[in-house]
Each structure stands twice: as C-alpha cells, then as structure tokens.
Design a protein around this ligand. Structure first.
Ligand code: ZN
Length: 501
C-alpha cells in the first residue's frame, strides 16, 4: 500500500464523508423498519443535514489538491490507489460541476414532482403531472449539459447509474432483445399452455415462510453475524459495512413467492455488500461498482438459481420438511413450472422474468426520445400505450396502469430503468462463465451446495468494488463485452420446455 502523503490526506477526507453517509444509511434503514410514524419530519431534516455535511466535507479545495498531487504521481502509485484516484475524480467532478442554483432547483422539482405524481396517479390524470415532468426534463437537460456538454444528455444520466453506459450501446442491446423476446412472448401466449402456480400459492404462516427463506439465504452464504433480516413494506438491502448488511422482506400468507424470491433477491445484493473489501471501506474500492452489476447479483440468485429446476431438487424436500403436509402432492417439475409463469401484463413490478425486459425497453426508448426532443411530454401517454400494445399485446385502461405507474421519473431518475435489464444480461453472462469454470455447478446446486458459486462471485466481482468500470469488469470476468446472447439462450432453455414442447 502506498504512503504518498496526498493519499493519506485524501483517505481521511473520504473517511469523514463516509462516516456521515454511513450514519445516514443506518437512519434510512431505521426509518423503513423501526421508526414510529410521527418521526418522519424530524428524520427527514436530520438526513438532509447529514447529506449536506457529507457533500461539504467532500467538495473542499483540499480534496482537489490531494487529487491533483496524486494525478501527477500517476503510474508511480499502485493500481488500487490509481483506481481510487480515478473514481474519486469522477465523483468530485460530478459533485462540483453543477452549480448550487441548479442543485437547489432540482431538489425542489423532485419534491414537487413526487407530490404531483402521487396526486396524478391517484386520479389517473396524466395532465396533472405533465408540467412537473416537463420541468424535471428541462432541469435534467441543464444538469447533463453542465456535467458533459459533448455527449447527448441521456448518456450523462445513464452514466450516473452505470458508468460509461451509453444510449448507443443500449440501442443495440434492446434491439437484439426485442427481436427475440417479442416473438417468444407471442408463441408462449398463443401456446394455450397455462402454468399452474398453485404449488407456490398455499396458505403458509409467515414465520414458516421466513424460516425457510432464511435456510436458503444461509446456504447462499449470507452471513448472519455480518447482517440482519427485518420486515419492511418494500424489501431492500442496505450495506452499512461488509460486516453490517441489512436486508428486509415482506410476505404474503397465501403465496410463498414474495417472501422466498424477494429475500433471495435482497440476499444477492447482500452477498455483494458483504464481499466488498474491508481494507478499502470509505473509498470507491469499498463500494459497489454500479446499479447494473448490483442488480446482476440479486437477479442471478433470485431468478437463475431460485427459479431453476436444480434449486428445487435440493430445496423442495426442505420446504416439505419445514411445512409438514402442505407440499406433499408437489413434485420438482410442478414447482419449477410454478416459479416460471410468463404472462404479459401492464405493471412492471409484477412482470415475469421474460416480459420484464420489454417493460424496460419501452421506458428506455421513451426516455431517449424525450431527451432528444423527438417526443413531446403531451404525447407521452399515447406513445406509452401504443408501445405496450405493440410489444406486449396489452393496452392500459388508464394512465395509472400505464405511464404513471413508476415513481422514477417523478424523482428525476432518468436513465435508471435500463440498469434492471443490464442486471439480467450481466447475470446470464456471469452464470455462463461460472458454469465453464465450475463444470459441476448444476450438480452442486442440486445438492444444495451454493457456496462455491458465492465464492466464484466474490473472487471475480465482489472483492473488486469499483476498481474496474462495469463494462471492463464484465469483460474481465467473461472475456466479452456485455451482450444479450447468454440471457436469450438462458430464457429459451428454461421456458421452451415449459411452454412449447
Ligand atoms: Zn434489486
């Protein structure tokens, strides 16, 4: 490890600002799990103060001076330190290039946007949201221009969530996905096959569901002395430190899917957080690289493992043992089919693994056209409904089921949706590579041995933090740029036998 004096200074600045954000993270976990209702206003103020302080501690002249000194030292530094300098520079430029006036205007527009969106959605009235949305798009255009005037605005917004991702790359990925997924959805819906989901929809006490889901997450290697599981309305994962990772879950008495797949999903995020390098806590190398890579970890465990036949070979007997009598008539094939129902629907968060990506494609193309000025805000509901009809064969009855269903745009989170699909693509690409490196992977899963896969992910992905940008990481792990072929192969291999053979 280097002892460059400027690095010592940089590190202490980063640690100060990290201490504040880490306290905020814990407060926001508390808000979602423990806090009494009337604490909300006071908590919001404390968190705004802490965020302001963390920002202030970071955007000091000393940070710039330390960065410049280290940039001059360049390749004399070891590569972990070079990566920390590169990533801190990226964060610093983003935090300082946008003037205070614009930051304030955005914060205000986001809070008004969420308020307008909630009311508009309740009334299914898009026109009530249109002015707030127009304002948010204008401000985000200005923000993108301030950060980087040389590329198209959506590229800057994408890059906020997934470094170095661009509209051009996504155009290619989504075109390839649509070309294969749309016909696949059509043949599934016209096959006449109806998947029986009743094996997973049986009355079962929530404690029993949680206990079973926790046997799965401990088999995955989620360590309970470095994490906790609590209840919340919307499941999430917050990493305070690799030694303190908080997951939440939510159950439904007559359906095992939300508890089981929801907790496997969050535990996938949690394993990533537990696997980040201790030594670099507080620096960019101590944090996850991008939303897309994070999502690849959760979806790999939830969908590619949790909904696989191999998984149920190992875990159906355990489920039967944990709930005597409830699953006696269920076999491995029936429960695997039940976990893989495909049904085109209007609502993204309820979508299956296949059609989910078409929901995302629609949102990406709309964002692209809005930011290129090719689609007017007023024309948005019509464009949305037409896209749903064309890609999924369903048409919303009203704006609440259509263009107003997601919170993201009301918060100014443009360029965020694609990271969900990138997560699916990366996950399939990683899993193909894991199979090549661990030839008996499916056998291991059938025996309930999930640790070798966690070790593989930890070694190749988790322990690097932000050392490599996401595209480079994918290339290092799999030998190829991110592409859609492994995901398409994976879906076809799983779904064709259920629906079309
Ligand atoms: Zn997730």
């Amino acid at each position: 490890m280097t002892t460059h004096p400027a690095f010592t200074r940089l590190r202490s600045i980063l640690l100060e600002s990290h201490a504040l954000s880490s306290a905020s993270a814990l407060l926001s976990w508390d808000q979602e799990t423990m806090m009494p209702e009337r604490g909300i206003d006071a908590r919001a103020q404390v968190m705004a103060q802490l965020a302001g302080l963390a920002h202030e501690r970071f955007v000091r002249a000393e940070t710039a001076a330390a960065l410049e000194a280290l940039e001059r030292a360049g390749s004399d530094l070891d590569d972990d330190v070079q990566a920390i300098v590169r990533e801190t520079r990226r964060d610093y430029d983003r935090a300082t290039k946008v003037d205070k006036e614009l930051v304030t205007a955005l914060a205000e527009a986001q809070s008004l946007g969420q308020d307008a969106w909630q009311r508009a959605r309740a009334a299914a009235d898009f026109r009530a949201f249109a002015p707030a949305l127009t304002r948010l798009i204008d401000l985000k255009q200005a923000y993108a221009h301030a950060v980087n005037p040389d590329v198209e605005a959506l590229d800057v917004l994408l890059d906020d969530h997934e470094a170095e991702m661009s509209t051009a790359v996504l155009d290619t990925l989504f075109a390839a996905l649509k070309a294969r997924l749309v016909p696949l959805v059509e043949s599934i819906t016209s096959s006449g096959v109806v998947v029986d989901t009743s094996p997973l929809r049986r009355p079962l006490a929530l404690e029993t569901q949680l206990a079973f889901a926790r046997t799965v997450t401990s088999a995955m290697g989620f360590s309970s002395d470095a994490g906790r599981v609590d209840g919340s309305a919307h499941p999430f994962c917050i990493g305070i430190h690799p030694g303190d990772v908080r997951l939440t879950w939510r159950g439904q008495v007559d359906d095992l899917r939300p508890a089981l797949f929801g907790l496997m999903h969050e535990a996938g995020h949690g394993l990533y957080e537990q696997g980040l390098p201790d030594a670099w806590v507080g620096t960019p190398l101590g944090s996850a690289v991008s939303l897309g890579i994070h999502e690849s970890q959760s979806r790999l465990w939830e969908n590619m493992i949790g909904r696989s036949r191999s998984f149920w070979v190992a875990f159906l007997p355990r489920l039967q043992a944990s709930a005597p009598g409830v699953y006696d008539d269920v076999d491995v094939d029936a429960i695997t089919r039940a976990a893989n129902e495909v049904r085109p629907s209007l609502i993204r968060v309820e979508a299956d693994e296949l059609t989910y990506n078409l929901h995302v494609a629609i949102r990406f193309e709309i964002e692209r056209d809005l930011f290129r000025g090719r689609l007017a805000v007023d024309a948005l509901p019509q464009a949305w409904d037409d896209a749903y009809e064309a890609l999924l064969g369903v048409r919303p009855q009203d704006a609440a089921q259509g263009v107003l269903q997601d919170v993201h745009w009301s918060m100014g989170a443009f360029g965020y949706f694609p990271t969900y699909t990138l997560g699916n693509l990366y996950a399939a690409q990683f899993l193909e590579q894991a199979r090549a490196d661990l030839p008996d992977l499916d056998g291991m899963v059938e025996r309930g041995e999930l640790l070798p896969l966690r070790e593989w992910l930890r070694e190749r992905i988790h322990r690097h933090g932000r050392k490599y940008p996401p595209r480079e990481l994918v290339k290092r792990v799999t030998g190829r740029e991110p592409h859609s072929e492994p995901f398409l192969r994976y879906l076809e291999a799983k779904l064709l036998p259920i629906y079309l053979r």
